[in-house]
Design a protein around this ligand. Structure first.
Ligand code: HEC
Length: 257
């Protein structure tokens, strides 16, 4: 293998291993999204633990009334810097349905770290019935499921405004700059000081939006950091290997003129 094709192969593997953090999304949003600096973007990006913990608080106190988080178990929260005991305590604050018991009845018990976040509604119909017919989507994968990714989620959470004079809002709808079509069935969820942060951070709408989006970005891809680290290790390995190959090539061909 020539050094050029080796470099090309290295680059290909590097691209495959590191990738973007997300699949390419459809472009063409009518309104340009405000771009934020996200700690987790880029090859060396990591989840800002403090922001994600504040985001968990926002999810639990605001979003969880309407949105499920089906794919996240309490024990996953150790990724965010919580100790096992803290995770146990958080889980125990929830009532989780279990069963059937010996009588064939379902029952509720306090959550354990192995449980997932319980959903606010029993099923989609119940969720729609409580939300004027609209379905609040599960938030576990939402960051990766929308074009614009984290900037879009942040945009929707901060994009509420007075509808322009020429727009007639349908019943139960709110005007949102960044939501496609601008009429969204989710009433503005974040208001200044909507939560009181344990770490004393001022809970502005932007701050809460950024924190909960960071939390949801982690939820969508809890293995992101490990994946990036593997990618970096693979590249370092390939660089060393390329050097070895090149050295042996020179040695083997040294006497050929
Ligand atoms: C009172 C219920 C309610 C609360 C509280 C709520 N949402 Fe929603 N949310 C909805 C509904 C209903 C929809 C569907 C809107 C639609 O399709 O028009 C929705 C949609 C969304 C969407 C998807 C938008 C899209 O592009 O389809 C995101 C993201 C979202 N909510 C995030 C959040 C976050 C984060 C919070 C907490 C800060 C939150 N929501 C709080 C009811 C709620």
């Amino acid at each position: 293998m020539g050094i050029k094709s080796l470099i090309a192969a290295t680059a290909t593997v590097a691209v495959l291993a590191l990738g973007g953090t997300q699949p390419a999304g459809a472009a063409g949003e009518a309104v340009a999204l405000p771009k934020q600096d996200w700690s987790f973007n880029g090859i060396f990006g990591t989840i800002d633990r403090a922001a994600a913990q504040r985001g968990l608080q926002v999810y639990r106190e605001v979003c969880a009334t309407c949105h499920s988080l089906d794919y996240i178990a309490f024990r996953n929260l150790t990724d965010l810097g919580y100790s096992e005991d803290e995770v146990k305590a958080i889980a125990a604050e929830y009532e989780v349905q279990d069963g059937p018991d010996d009588e064939g009845e379902m029952f509720f018990r306090p959550g354990t770290p192995a449980d997932r976040f319980p959903a606010p509604f029993a099923n989609e119909k119940a969720a729609r019935a409580s939300n004027g017919g609209a379905y609040p989507p599960d938030l576990s994968l939402i960051v990766d499921a929308r074009a614009g990714f984290e900037d879009y989620i942040y945009g929707v959470l901060t994009g509420y405004e007075e509808a322009p004079a020429d727009v007639t809002l349908m019943a139960g709808m709110s005007y949102n700059k960044y939501f496609p079509g601008h009429q969204i069935a989710m009433a503005q969820p974040l208001y200044e000081d909507g939560v009181t942060y344990a770490d004393g951070t001022k809970a502005s709408v932007e701050q809460m939006a950024k924190d909960v989006t960071t939390f949801l970005a982690w939820a969508a891809e809890p293995n992101m950091e490990a994946r990036k680290q593997t990618g970096i290790a693979v590249i370092l390995f390939l660089i060393v290997l390329s050097g070895l190959f090149y050295a042996s090539k020179r040695k083997i061909w040294a006497n050929v003129h």
